[in-house]
Design a protein around this ligand. Structure first.
Ligand SMILES: Nc1nc2c(ncn2[C@@H]2O[C@H](COP(=O)(O)OP(=O)(O)O)[C@@H](O)[C@H]2O)c(=O)[nH]1
Ligand SMILES: [Mg+2]
Length: 196
């Protein structure tokens, strides 16, 4: 499968809003609870093992990382949320940065929310989704699907569809380990970015 994301390259890290790249071109952002499998999913999408750092210790990604797909298209890895051990000050800092980025960024043309299929959507995921404009395309990726047997996996997909489709949010199954759902994930990302 030839995918534009295979050419993705690390471009820039930002710790605060003033450090974001200029608000130009098109980008899609990836968000999710710490340890949901976000970095692993981005690496698999891009066919690169170490584009994003993955970790067994949650709560480590503390920067907004930009990856260039080409001159006008970017992937943006947002800091994970929901990790209890993050000091309150830092949590507050990130809450503010995330909410302003998601609500004000003109270049943002889509949001991918990475969800551990065993956990399902949580209140924190919903409060993040609530920050973006109603018109913004949102996709929920149910990852680690390899961790469930096919019956439970399909049950989780149906449940998520029931919650998300009335809100106009698409959802798909994914496993970085087996590659399940990779083509759909790739297609949805290209669609949001307008890369065909
Ligand atoms: N079995 C399985 N493990 C996964 C999958 N995706 C991620 N993981 C594991 O989940 C842990 C957290 O992944 P990571 O990508 O660092 O999560 P992040 O905090 O959301 O960026 C790591 O130990 C990964 O190896 C998957 O699709 N299947
Ligand atoms: Mg990560």
């Amino acid at each position: 499968m030839s995918s534009p994301f295979r050419q993705a390259q690390f471009q820039h890290s930002a710790y605060s809003l003033s450090q974001l790249l200029p608000d130009e071109g098109r980008e899609i952002a990836f968000a999710g609870r710490s340890n949901a499998g976000k970095s692993t999913a981005i690496n698999r999408l891009c066919g690169q093992k170490n584009l994003c750092k993955t970790s067994k210790t949650p709560g480590r990604t503390q920067l907004i990382n930009f990856f260039a797909v080409d001159e006008n298209h970017r992937l943006v890895d947002l800091p994970g949320y929901g990790y209890a051990k993050v000091p309150p000050k830092l949590r507050q800092h990130w809450g503010q940065v995330l909410s302003r980025y998601l609500s004000e960024r003109d270049a943002l043309v889509g949001l991918v929310v990475i969800v551990d299929i065993r956990r399902g959507l949580t209140d924190l995921d919903w409060s993040l989704i609530d920050l973006v404009d109603e018109e913004l395309p949102v996709h929920v990726l149910l990852t680690k699907a390899d961790k469930l047997k096919s019956g439970a996996r399909n049950q989780a997909l149906l449940q998520a569809r029931k919650e998300l489709e009335p809100q106009g949010i698409s959802v798909s199954l994914f496993s970085a380990t087996s590659g399940l759902g990779l083509e759909d994930f790739d297609r949805r990302c290209r669609e949001m970015l307008g890369l065909e």
